[in-house]
Design a protein around this ligand. Structure first.
Ligand code: FES
Length: 324
């Protein structure tokens, strides 16, 4: 788990009817840690937090992409979509977080690194524009031939339009499904060549479609960041988990995640997404072989077996020793 910072909400701005932007600054006035486009931070939210900022067991951990300029370390900006049927984090931010509040935040972590190539096509769906904005800044600064397609159900749900204004409509294409119809993804991607990287963040259906299209060709490369994945696959044989600090052993039966078993036993593990896409529950592995089922670790990191996501990953060995 990364270090925690205490940041003040310097500004809160309603970006669209259902998206609020927060500007965060150090409570001590110092510079914030460095980050690169694609990075996110974790907010620890506690509806029962006391005046000293201390939370209890009800803390919600939610991750949000940084959407400001990495060169400006005086403040960070995030944007939060209000999800009425979500798990409570976004509603808490929309309803309760105000300017001047102090929030506990992790250092940035990057599961969606941007590696500029000669051409980049950015495809942002809804709030998925947030990690894409700093990538566009970097692409522009490095002379990359970039294009953005920014989609939402309705045009009124598109945020940050002032930042995107002034670009050629050939370069920045805005699309509200209701007003403009659905984007023809195969047609959009048919013009991409072997020098093109496609970066996308947005709803699962959009990313699934892009992955299907990417699998049918070998020209352009696809890089995506998911907010959520499909249902957790908890199939596979039973195994044991040992907590290194206490020596306690827990049996993980088929159909149960490590995370669920440990939480029911009172072992505290920070979590957020619960389906292997955010990295909050990443835990060191001291012995044993994980069966990695997350969407975060690279093939090299999987080979190393130094870390695993407890919400989805299981074990290929009879026992796993966790650095907890
Ligand atoms: S809680 Fe998000 S990866 Fe496990």
């Amino acid at each position: 788990m990364t270090n925690q910072l205490e940041l003040r909400v310097a500004a809160r701005e309603q970006l669209t009817e259902d998206i609020v932007g927060l500007t965060l600054e150090s409570v001590t006035g110092g510079l914030l840690p460095e980050w690169q486009p694609g990075a996110h931070i974790e907010l620890s939210l506690n509806p029962c937090v006391d005046a000293g900022g201390n939370g209890g067991d009800n803390t919600l951990i939610r991750h949000y992409s940084l959407c400001s300029d990495p060169a400006n370390r005086q403040y960070w900006q995030i944007a939060v979509l209000k999800e009425e049927n979500g798990r409570g984090g976004s509603l808490f931010i929309h309803n309760a977080v105000r300017e001047g509040d102090v929030v506990r935040v992790s250092e940035p972590r990057n599961n969606f690194p941007f590696v500029p190539r000669r051409k980049c096509l950015f495809i942002a769906g809804g709030i998925g524009i947030t990690p894409i904005l700093p990538m566009i800044r970097q692409a522009e600064a490095e002379g990359v031939d970039w294009r953005l397609v920014y989609l939402a159900r309705e045009r009124s749900r598109l945020a940050f339009l002032e930042q995107l204004a002034g670009h050629d409509p050939e370069r920045v294409r805005l699309n509200g499904d209701k007003e403009d119809g659905f984007i023809d993804l195969p047609a959009l991607l048919s013009g991409c060549d072997a020098h093109t990287s496609v970066y996308s963040c947005g709803p699962q259906r959009l990313l699934d479609s892009l992955e299907d299209l990417a699998a049918k060709q070998s020209e352009w490369s696809l890089h995506i960041e998911r907010f959520s994945a499909g249902p957790v696959d908890a199939s596979g044989g039973a195994f044991d988990v040992v907590i290194n600090s206490t020596g306690q052993r827990y049996h993980i039966p088929e159909g149960q995640s490590i995370l669920n078993v440990l939480r029911e036993a009172g072992v505290k593990v920070p979590t957020s997404c619960g389906n292997g896409v955010c990295g909050t529950c990443e835990t060191g592995v001291l012995a044993g072989v994980p069966d990695h089922r997350d969407s975060i670790l690279s093939p090299e990191e999987r080979e190393e077996n130094a870390y695993m996501m407890l919400c989805v990953s299981r074990a290929l060995s009879p026992e796993i020793v966790l650095d907890l």
